[in-house]
Structure formats: C-alpha cells, structure tokens
Design a binder for this molecule. Structure first.
Ligand code: ADP
Length: 263
C-alpha cells in the first residue's frame, strides 16, 4: 500500500483529525517488476552473444587467425552468434512495435489455404533437414479478415517451433477448417510435448522449458509472445493441447467477423 496522510485542523487551530489515504499499488508494483525483469532478461540475452563475439575475436587477434582450422572454426561461430543477435534484435523490435500504442493491423481478406501453403513451402527445407513430413489439410471456405503479413508470422512461428521441438523423422500436420463463424488452424507435431504446468508460461517473453535446446536451435524465447500478441490483435483465440513425449497441438481460432466480436 501507498499511504498518504493529512491533518485536519479545527477552527481553534488544534488537530482535529487525520485523514489517511491507502492506495493499493499491487498491480503497479507487479507491472514495475515485469518491466525490471524484462530489462534484466534483454540485457542477459544480448550479453551472451556479445561476450562470445568478443572472446572469439580476441582469440583470433591473439594469433589464432594464423591457424587455418581455428580461423575457420572461430569465424563460423562468430557468424552464427552475429546472426543470433540479429534475430534477437529484430524479434525485440517486432514485439515492441506490436505492443506499441500505435500498432494497427492491416485488415484484408486472406485465404488461409494460400497463406498456409506459402509458409509450408518456406519451411519445407528446414523440415527436410530433419527428415520430417509437413502435411496440410484444408477444407471449407477458409477466407477470413486478417492482416496477412502478421498472420503469416504467427504460422511461421508455430510451424517453426513444431519442427524445432520434434525429434528427427517426426510428422507435422497443419489442419485448416472453415466453420460457419470461425476458421480454425491447428499445428500438430509428434514432438517432445509440454507439461500442463508449463503451458501457461510458454507465452511469456523469454520463457523456455529448455534454455539450451532453444538456444541451440536459434530460438530467442520471444516467438510465442509475438504469437500471443498477434492473436489478440486479431481477436483470435489460441489454445494448446500437449502430451509430454507424444506431441503438441497449437490451435488458433479466427473469427470471420473480428470487428463484431470486439464490440
Ligand atoms: P523459442 O525461441 O525458445 O522457441 P518460443 O516463445 O517460440 O521461444 O517458445 C517458448 C518455449 O515453448 C520454447 O522454448 C519451448 O520450450 C516451448 N515450445 C514451443 N513450441 C513447442 C512445441 N511445438 N513443442 C514443445 N515445446 C514447445
């Protein structure tokens, strides 16, 4: 509580009363803590690749660059870490744009059959590298009002995660169903799954069930936070169903009339 007090003086100039005002600042404190945690997380996430870039560059300058094998090895690490840094910064910028006051969606009619096929084509090589099949099944009229670029980002993040968190040889299924009032997109994998306890946390910024696994696969820990914000901006519902060791399904339910829902 935040407490303010003021004396009430009577006409005889004697203290008559004291007024105390109690302000419940729990929410404010929580917000402040979230902001502090976020800054600490960002600093840590930025520092890790920078430390590594600095270390390998110094080692090269100290003489390692005269050894051809070491030079190649260290430069490869430097290139990989620079790329991580770039992805992290662009995810952070994207998140701050989405969370910004002036963020607006570019509403247009989007055919989810077309959008899904664009995304699966984009990620086909990545799936192939892990011997995975990407199956897509679409039925009904799957046109909705949405921001095509942003919705594409949602699908990329979900399908990319499905590939990353599924062992070699698994299957990814993308199901798009046109219902009377909604269009439902499901991305299912046969991967490592997520425990019930962890499901609510995975949409938090920088939360990862397994930090090392996420890092190794180029993850920033921001993908699902971006998905959650973009789903909310579309007035869409997102849900997760998962069985550890068996697989996960992410389900996105888009309303055909997103504006009416808002009212
Ligand atoms: P990251 O960059 O770490 O993948 P995300 O925000 O996309 O960050 O996801 C947060 C965490 O949720 C991941 O680190 C992972 O632990 C978990 N996760 C996301 N998608 C899946 C999935 N399809 N299967 C299992 N775990 C997942």
């Amino acid at each position: 509580f935040d407490v303010h007090g003021a004396p009430i003086i009577g006409q005889d100039e004697k203290l008559k009363d004291i007024v105390l005002v109690f302000h419940d600042i729990t929410e404010l404190k929580k917000l402040e803590q979230t902001r502090k945690d976020f800054v600490a997380n960002v600093s840590h996430e930025l520092k890790t690749p920078v430390t590594s870039l600095k270390g390998f560059t110094e080692t090269l300058l100290d003489g390692a660059m005269h050894d051809e094998d070491l030079r190649e090895k260290f430069l490869t690490i430097i290139a990989k870490e620079s790329e991580r840094l770039e992805v992290l910064i662009s995810d952070l910028l994207e998140l701050s744009r989405i969370e910004g006051e002036h963020f607006n969606l570019n509403w247009e009619e989007v055919d989810l059959a077309v959008l899904t096929s664009e995304v699966t084509t984009m990620l086909a090589d990545k799936a192939k590298e892990k011997d995975m099949n990407l199956y897509t099944k679409t039925d009904g009229n799957v046109k909705v009002l949405a921001d095509s670029a942003r919705l594409k980002q949602v699908l990329i993040n979900l399908i990319n995660n499905a590939i990353v968190y599924t062992p070699q040889g698994g299957d990814i299924r993308i199901r798009v169903r046109g219902q009377e009032e909604n269009v439902v997109i499901e991305v299912s994998d046969t991967g490592i799954g997520i425990t019930k306890k962890e499901i609510p946390r995975i949409f938090e910024r920088f939360y990862r069930v397994d930090r090392a696994r996420s890092r190794n696969s180029g993850g920033t820990g921001l993908g699902l936070a971006i998905v959650k914000h973009l789903a909310e901006a579309h007035h869409a519902k997102i849900s997760v169903d998962s069985k550890p060791g068996k697989g996960t399904t992410f389900r996105l339910e888009l309303s055909r009339k997103p504006f009416e829902e808002k009212e």
